[in-house]
Design a binder for this molecule. Structure first.
Ligand code: HDE
Length: 750
């Protein structure tokens, strides 16, 4: 076998596995029949655990491996008990003085049940409250061995991980698809202690010093008087802040771009933002920036899709993550590093590496892959895992250290501080999801919710009573390395370096790197958001910021707002665009994407079945959309015209022109004036209309071709028709690799 053949074999075998797991008939696949649920009359076996959940947690609160699974909590036993294990006869009636009498204070079960319920809620995160998590594994390529001594980055090491994705501004119950930055926090349970890479999907931050964090968050959160708007930046206080603190302009530009509305967590990049310092075995240091690169490419929603999803499926990203994992289409990213020499100036190509509002373009410092992250297990219990997980930028293994970035320095203080309140005391590292997998031997004792039963009498050192333990470790025992960086002798000041004063050049670099379509989206986003502000002065001030970024951007937004475009107040930076920042112009694997197939009893169902299988073999998920639930002539229907909405699908195929079903709203025949329109169920026409507007590939054969005519989209780019259903699907699949049919978007901004 040639190497190329070997790679091909592996790729084909992997594709086959995904296809099997993704088969609509596989247990647990989206749309497959759920396991049978018996009526609750007598105790019987519970439903089997999800196939990816694996064995229960076996670690002690201090991280030691016991090998003995703890007693599973939850509805696993046959009989109901109190919290103390006494079996109960009744949980539906309080203890009363006679059936109509008053409730007795002695009813311990009533009081225990209600009291526990009363305390079920804990404070939500002050930021990043809305999130979704998953377990997985990180496999190291060994390519970072030259620059760090970190054990988990040695070749072939496999490290368990837990990842939590989040939005920043919204409350815990807010919608997933709002325009916002996304958190991408990863806990690596390494053998040398936990490493938390607490990253975002945007490589820069709003502010350059942590002392402004409460201010920017107060500005972004709902207004204090009415508590609106929820999970939005389209309001006066946000734009007031970012137009006054102009260092925020670069991050804001990313938010207004398609990066602010990801298609899926699976299609987001992740960035450590700050520069970190790596140290190798010999003590030599290197500066790095961390990047996560999604296997499926960077892919975003359209703004209209994001808005529709806020109502149709506010849990869209959460559901997408869980569905993909349960179907075996495991999300993957490569961890990469940009490497810079550790010089006293801490700059690279003139860019200040300590300024968190600056990137280093990949064209100047390529991202070098150091390992692969695969998410393969959904949480067993949302609260226990996703809600209680506690990340901290200071959780670092030997070989990775921090830099003096003033934003990072403030974060080092903030995370544990907020977690003390949120998780109710100092012992949250003992909560199962937070337990290190490295053995723990600290001298921290007592406090609220202490789970460990510590032995010994001398939690101090040195001591002569507990055998002198614990002893400090040295290099030979892989002790953490605080890199002895020289601190310049300098006066104590509240000030920033002069290089931090450049607030516009990289916002301009980003704008200049976008394709015309992406620029158009940015213009519309600014126009929308500023259009939601009530105060003219704020709009005008933000336009003055845009003038310093680019005159075309400023003019287009000003036109949308009906305001004059101001002149720049600083010279426009001369920038070299970074093509790596654009999402347009490349092709990506289509794994795990959703294809909706419209069927009705009159369709050629043999063809439909064949296409359904072809979609599965391409690693995607076919969802049949029928006029009613159940089956259409033996084929299982996963969505009905009443439950399907275009935003769920990445492409739509039509095998038929279904007439209006009885539960359809009146057709828009009068408006459309076309005889054909009345013949097709209006919800199917809406599906096609939206899929077209959102630049998705559309294919049709047989009766489906008539629907495209009725919808007025036949013959336009990315709309495929033909007699052979298999060929139509193959053309649609090829279109999907580019994520969208980009030419369908208007792109007036050149
Ligand atoms: Fe955070 N951030 N942050 N942040 N952050 C929190 O910690 C903070 C910043 C990020 O899924 C909080 O446990 C300060 C940058 C993520 O549980 C809090 C500053 C980046 C998450 C906090 C920043 C992040 C948080 C709230 C400015 C990207 C969610 C709850 C100096 C590199 C983690 C909590 C999760 C959460 C403070 C800026 C990422 C309050 C003071 C820059 C992904 O401690």
């Amino acid at each position: 076998r040639t190497p190329a053949k070997a790679v091909k074999d592996v790729v084909e075998a992997a594709a086959g596995k995904v296809a099997d797991a993704l088969s609509p008939d596989a247990p647990g696949a989206p749309g497959s029949a759920p396991p049978t649920v018996d009526e609750p009359t007598t105790p019987h076996d519970p439903l089997p655990p999800k196939k990816e959940h694996g064995a229960p947690e076996t670690r002690t609160p201090t991280g030691a491996e016991t090998g003995v699974p703890p007693i599973a909590k939850g509805q696993q036993g046959a009989y109901l008990t109190t919290a103390n294990g006494a079996r109960l006869r009744d949980t539906d009636h309080s203890l009363k003085a006679g059936p109509r009498g008053p409730v007795l204070l002695q009813d311990h079960h009533l009081r225990e049940k209600i009291t526990h319920f009363d305390h079920e809620r804990i404070p939500e995160r002050v930021v990043h409250a809305r999130g979704a998590g998953a377990h997985g594994v990180f496999t190291s390529y060994g390519t970072a061995e030259a620059v760090t001594r970190a054990d988990f980055l040695k070749k072939g090491r496999e490290t368990p991980v837990f990842v939590r994705f989040s939005t920043v501004l919204g409350s815990r119950g807010s919608a997933d698809t709002v325009r916002d930055t996304r958190g991408f926090a990863t806990k690596f349970y390494t053998a040398e202690g936990t490493f938390d890479l607490v990253a975002n999907n945007i490589p820069v931050f709003f502010i350059q010093d942590a002392i402004k964090f409460p201010d920017v968050i107060h500005a972004g959160k709902p207004h204090p008087d009415r508590e609106i708007p929820q999970a939005q930046s389209a309001h006066d206080t946000f734009w007031d802040f970012v137009s006054l603190h102009t260092e925020a302009q670069h991050h804001t530009m990313w938010n207004m771009s398609d990066r602010g509305i990801p298609r899926s967590y699976r299609t987001m990049e992740g960035f450590g933002v700050h520069t970190f310092r790596l140290v190798d075995d010999a003590g030599a240091t290197t500066l790095v920036k961390f990047h996560w690169k999604p296997k499926l490419g960077v892919h975003s929603l359209t703004w209209e899709e994001a808005q529709l999803l806020g109502g149709v499926d506010p849990d869209f990203h959460r559901r997408d993550l869980y569905d993909a994992i349960e179907a075996g289409a495991y999300p993957e990213w490569e961890l990469g590093i940009q490497v810079f020499p550790d010089t006293p100036e801490e700059t690279f190509a003139g860019i200040d590496l300590l300024d968190p509002t600056k990137i280093v373009p990949e064209e100047l410092a390529p991202v070098q892959a150091v390992g692969r992250l695969t998410l393969n297990r959904t949480p067993r219990n949302f609260f226990a895992e996703t809600e209680q997980v506690a990340f901290h930028v200071g959780h670092l293994p030997p070989g990775i250290d921090v830099t003096n970035d003033p934003l990072l320095q403030g974060r080092l203080f903030s995370y544990v501080d907020t977690q003390l309140t949120r998780l109710g005391g100092p012992n949250f590292t003992q909560i199962p999801i937070n337990r290190p997998h490295a053995p723990v031997n600290d001298m921290l004792r007592d406090g609220f919710h202490q789970h460990a039963v510590h032995a010994g009498v001398a939690p101090y050192r040195p001591n002569s009573l507990d055998g002198g333990n614990p002893f400090p470790a040295g290099d030979a025992e892989n002790a953490f390395v605080d890199v002895p960086v020289t601190v310049a002798e300098a006066p104590k000041v509240r000030a920033a370096p002069a290089s931090f004063d450049d607030h516009y050049s990289q916002a301009r670099l980003f704008w200049q790197s976008m394709s015309p379509v992406e620029r158009e989206h940015i213009v519309r986003a600014y126009t929308f958001e500023l259009g939601k502000c009530y105060h003219q002065a704020i709009r005008e001030r933000q336009l003055r910021c845009l003038a310093n970024i680019d005159p075309v951007l400023c003019r287009e937004v000003a036109t949308g707002l009906g305001l004059p475009a101001p002149e720049p107040t600083v010279p426009l930076a001369d920038v070299t665009p970074s093509p790596a920042l654009s999402q347009v112009g490349r092709e990506w694997p289509v794994d795990g994407r959703m294809v909706g197939i419209v069927v009705a009893p009159d369709a050629d169902l043999q063809n439909v079945d064949q296409v359904r299988r072809a979609v599965t073999s391409a690693g995607m998920v076919p969802l049949l959309i029928g006029p009613h639930g159940g089956e259409v002539d033996g084929l299982p229907v996963q969505r009905t015209f009443a439950t399907a909405r275009s935003v769920e699908f990445d492409a739509v195929l039509l095998a038929t022109a279904p007439p209006p079903a009885p539960d359809a709203l009146p057709a828009r025949d009068a408006k459309a004036g076309a005889a054909e329109a009345t013949a097709v169920d209006p919800r199917v026409l809406l599906l096609v209309d939206e899929a077209w507007r959102h630049a998705k590939a559309i294919g049709a054969w047989g009766g489906g071709v008539g629907v495209l005519q009725a919808a007025g989209v036949s013959g336009t780019p990315g709309v495929v028709t033909g007699d052979d259903a298999g060929e139509v699907f193959a053309a649609v699949r090829d279109l999907m690799a580019a994520h969208r049919v980009w030419e369908r978007f208007p792109a007036s901004v050149g």
